[in-house]
Ligand binder design. Structure first.
Ligand SMILES: Nc1nc2c(c(=O)[nH]1)N[C@H]1C(S)=C(S)[C@@H](COP(=O)(O)OP(=O)(O)OC[C@H]3O[C@@H](n4cnc5c(N)ncnc54)[C@H](O)[C@@H]3O)O[C@H]1N2
Ligand code: MOO
Length: 393
């Protein structure tokens, strides 16, 4: 299979995703997910006319005779107030029918069961539905459930929220030379991909459920991919829907991913992308429907491939639109005659400026950058697309 263009690879990845049905989860589990339907008010807020101040609810012109006390959460006053009557009332407590206003303690002169003061018609009463009318839509479908949205949903009577599915991603890090802690000795290299994938996946709307190390070899890779399949047959809703394989996508003696996928009769959708870095990246669909994304071992190439194939899949599955931004691009840029280049850049008043340090084996430039500039083949100075890099939380 020929390497395909970078824009075609992105579009193909998005098209390969089949969004799952949304589900309903308890409020606490909805944080960070996207609403699968509009959020509406199940109740009016406030639910009834309530006092906005601690003081006296009064009826008619003063002075008023204090006939009762009403506290928030306590019993409402049992009959309408008559002109000349007052009830002592707490903020948030229901205002009795017949009351015209609330006189705050600070403005009230209360002695011997009587109250005087400058009452103003309608003052300090929060009317039913004044903050949020019942039934009104407060957040649209697709909105992210932020901590504040959770508070709002609770105030509007929700115990559960309909949210879009969060795709599960399993990560397999291959390479006998790869170590996952400490200083790498001679011939060893620290895994730089496993640590960035969970945050990147989370940012794009998914969840990494496991990061496993695999020795080089077709056997372990095949076993890991088919073990997932057995799990999937029994408990599909817990099994990963996407498997990311790091560092087995090229053509060397230890790069077995393609052969293993062939052996499993997988449908290879992308086999090489005309992009630098990140040329040897791969997308396939296993026979049980799971998608396999093969990332190159060089860490910056793996990041580029994650943003090319993995992020569009996750965005499509979660209905999350990618922000599309373009910019002028200045500084030293070397377009490639046939391949797209992804160049780490920082914004400036003049436009995006490359930060350098962009060798495929190093995340240095990408860690300094705000975005990757998409430099098309043969670029001649026109504005370029910027692809966002996952921010810190
Ligand atoms: N004959 C060819 N050789 C290579 C080609 C090619 O087209 N033909 N492409 C080159 C490019 S470009 C890349 S990128 C790499 C991709 O290779 P693999 O995906 O098979 O990865 P490895 O060979 O295992 O590793 C490449 C490089 O990255 C280091 N590595 C691997 N995993 C990790 C990790 N988790 N964290 C940090 N570094 C990692 C590994 O030690 C190697 O140095 O292939 C080129 N060769
Ligand atoms: O995908 Mo490779 O970068 O071009 O090292």
């Amino acid at each position: 299979m020929e390497a395909i263009s970078w824009p075609a690879a992105r579009a193909l990845a998005a098209g390969a995703a089949c969004p799952a049905k949304p589900g309903t989860v308890p409020l606490r589990d909805a944080l960070g997910r996207r609403l699968a339907g509009p959020l509406s008010a199940l109740v009016a807020v406030p639910g009834t006319d309530v006092s906005a101040m601690d003081g006296y609810a009064v009826a008619g012109p003063g002075p008023w005779r204090v006939v009762a006390r009403v506290l928030a959460g306590g019993a409402a006053h049992d009959r309408p107030l008559r002109a000349g009557e007052a009830v002592e009332i707490a903020t948030g407590a229901p205002v009795p029918a017949g009351a015209d206003s609330v006189l705050p303690y600070e403005r009230a002169d209360a002695t011997g069961g009587r109250v005087r003061g400058p009452a103003e018609e309608g003052r300090h009463i929060r009317r039913r539905g004044e903050d949020v009318p019942e039934g009104v839509v407060v957040l649209p479908e697709g909105a992210v459930v932020t901590p504040v949205a959770l508070g709002l949903a609770a105030a509007l009577g929700h115990d559960e929220l309909p949210v879009r599915h969060r795709p599960r991603v399993a990560v397999l890090v291959t390479g006998d030379e790869v170590v996952d802690h400490g200083l790498p000795g001679p011939g060893r290299v620290r895994d730089a991909i496993g640590p960035f994938l969970p945050g990147l996946v989370e940012w794009a709307g998914g969840r990494v459920t496991s990061v496993d190390r695999l020795p080089d070899g077709a056997g372990p890779l095949r076993a890991a991919l088919t073990e997932g399949r057995r799990e999937a047959a029994g408990a599909w809703h817990h099994a990963p829907e996407i498997v990311v394989v790091c560092g087995a996508s090229s053509k060397g003696p230890a790069d077995h991913l393609r052969a293993v996928l062939d052996g499993l009769a997988a449908d290879v959708l992308v086999d090489g992308v005309a992009v630098r870095p990140g040329h040897p990246q791969l997308l396939a669909r296993l026979r049980d429907g799971r998608l396999v994304v093969g990332l190159p071992g060089n860490p910056f190439a793996a990041l580029a491939a994650s943003l090319t194939l993995l992020a569009p899949i996750l965005r499509e599955l979660t209905g999350t639109p990618a922000a599309v931004e373009t910019s002028a691009l200045h500084g030293v840029v070397h377009p490639h005659p046939r391949d797209t280049r992804l160049v780490p850049v920082l914004g400036s008043e003049r436009g995006a400026i490359p930060v350098g340090h962009d060798r495929p084996g190093s995340l240095w430039g990408a860690a300094l950058a705000e975005a990757l500039a998409v430099v098309p083949p043969g670029w001649s100075g026109e504005r370029v697309e910027l692809i966002e890099l996952p921010p810190g939380v």
